[in-house]
Design a protein around this ligand. Structure first.
Ligand code: PLP
Length: 487
């Protein structure tokens, strides 16, 4: 009896609405303070770098310390010890600086915790998904009977689409053996395609990579030759993947030519538009996606260019029937009618069983700011990338890999020494240790390049000039150190 009373007292405390309200207000104050810092004209650091060992030591101590009443100091410490996506100098990976309202929809999503897989546990959410997906598929120019849903991440989205492609091919070509199935893709494709191939149990060499041209686009003129070569060794091409855009350099494949290749052979045309899909909102840049209207499936991340917290990804199918192909496993207790589409039961089409209601973020952003906000965002961030690359091209200390096609720019510092790879790697490391900026690196033609993704609408061209100047400064220090040690 006593045990139950103690437990009841504990539940009362845990479930208290009053303490939720109190803590909630302080948390909002804390986050608003952080947003304020990100919006200021002085640049607050993107991160305070610390070694994994030091972090481990800190958190191990924290974890086993005495229980806390108020979580706010803990949250403050977490923020201090994490990269801050809204800071202007955060130019690293393709993860959004979330729109502030989506921090609030995250709270709403957590409160509702609707599992989405069946209609009852996601009544509003499943319908919102249908509406947003239909709106977007119209923008892409897909037919009226196109379909789709939201899932957790581009990697899972790509796998899901490729599974559908495989099932369709096997259905139509029942004499094909699994190990014959092959995919054509550019050598710049995201590694999630390679993972999908591994998950599907296809031989590694059945992911056939086409070389790229000088602009890092797939050599579509070689598609037919590669197809013939594959078929002559007994393989069957069931899918071709276009990148829109590639992760490493931000190059958009020529989707129109890929579509033209795929059609006569009835090869499934998948577009990995995880990063670049949102250019569909921009009158100025949407021609980069020309040909996407012929896709059999498309993947587009909301958590990259659309200011939504991770993970939230849309998968689109040209025809409603395709969506059903990926997962034929039936759970009789969940769905009455196994054959019908039942768009409102999203678990029939996604890998996920319990699925978060991430549609709340994009739905709310669109309701508040309209699709214009995305056009403005694309135009601004793509424009900023162009401006940065043009300026860098005029500076003799720098080399730009290629004219940017998106908001991703790759460049490097040209020093006096011969070891440019070593120098630029060292520069990247030092930038991260300093923390004002966060930039990453990539390889192209076996050379190491610094790489920035412009994701944050707070970043200005002046900030980017400051980055360039600090690279020159850091490089000077490194070269000085090298000279000293070589003397
Ligand atoms: C980011 C990205 C992915 C993977 O998406 P996640 O949401 O990180 O799983 C796949 N393809 C491309 C082109 C990407 O940019």
């Amino acid at each position: 009896m006593k045990r139950i009373q103690i437990a009841e007292a504990a539940f009362e405390k845990v479930n208290s609405a009053e303490s939720f309200r109190k803590t909630g207000y302080s948390v909002i104050d804390l986050l608003a303070e952080e947003l304020d810092k990100s919006n200021q004209t002085v640049m607050e650091p993107a991160l305070h770098w610390e070694t994994p060992e030091r972090q481990l030591e800190y958190w191990e101590n924290d974890f086993y310390a005495e229980k806390i009443e108020d979580p706010v100091p803990l949250f403050r410490e977490i923020i201090k010890r994490s990269i801050n996506m809204t800071r202007r100098g955060n130019l690293g990976h393709q993860i959004s600086a979330p729109h502030p309202v989506s921090i609030l929809t995250s709270a709403l999503m957590a409160y509702l915790n609707n599992g989405m897989g069946v209609y009852e546990v996601g009544m509003a959410g499943n319908v919102m998904e249908k509406i947003v997906v239909r709106d977007l598929s119209r923008r892409f120019g897909l037919p009226e009977d196109a379909s789709g849903f939201v899932t957790s991440g581009g990697s899972l989205g790509n796998l899901t689409a490729l599974l559908s492609a495989k099932e369709k091919f096997l259905k139509e070509n029942p004499d094909t053996r699994h190990e014959q199935l092959a995919i054509l893709v550019s050598e710049e494709a995201h590694y999630s395609i390679e993972r999908a191939v591994a998950v599907m149990g296809l031989p590694k060499e059945n992911l056939i990579k086409l070389p790229i041209d000088a602009d890092f686009r797939m050599r579509t003129d070689l598609l037919e030759e590669y197809r013939q070569k594959a078929e002559s060794t007994g393989r069957r091409i069931f899918c071709v993947v276009g990148c829109a855009c590639s992760t490493s350099t931000g190059a958009f494949d020529n989707l129109k030519s890929i579509a033209a290749f795929a059609k006569p052979f009835d090869v499934w045309f998948h577009v990995d538009a995880a990063h670049g899909g949102p250019v569909i909102f921009s009158t100025r840049y949407k021609q980069l996606l020309k040909g996407i209207e012929d896709a059999d499936s498309i993947v587009m991340d909301f958590h990259k260019m659309m200011g939504v917290p991770s993970l939230s990804t849309a998968v689109f199918y040209r025809h409603v029937g395709y969506a059903q192909l990926a997962f034929s496993q039936h759970a009789k207790y969940l769905w009455q009618n196994q054959q019908s589409e039942e768009w409102y039961n999203s678990g029939k089409r996604t890998f996920e069983c319990t699925k978060p209601m991430t549609i709340l973020h994009i739905y709310t952003i669109l309701r508040m700011y309209g699709s214009e906000i995305y056009e403005q965002q694309i135009d601004f961030l793509y424009g900023l990338a162009e401006l940065f690359s043009e300026t860098m091209m005029t500076r003799p200390e720098f080399e730009v890999l290629s004219k940017p096609q998106s908001n991703i720019v790759c460049f490097r510092y040209i020093g006096k020494g011969t070891d440019l790879n070593g120098l630029n790697r060292e520069i990247q490391k030092k930038i991260v240790r300093d923390g004002t900026f966060y930039v990453v690196g990539t390889m192209a033609y076996d050379q190491y390049y610094l790489r920035i993704s412009l994701m944050n609408t707070r970043t200005t061209s002046l900030d980017l000039m400051k980055l360039a100047d600090s690279i020159v400064f850091i490089a000077g220090q490194i070269e000085e150190d090298r000279n000293r040690t070589s003397v």
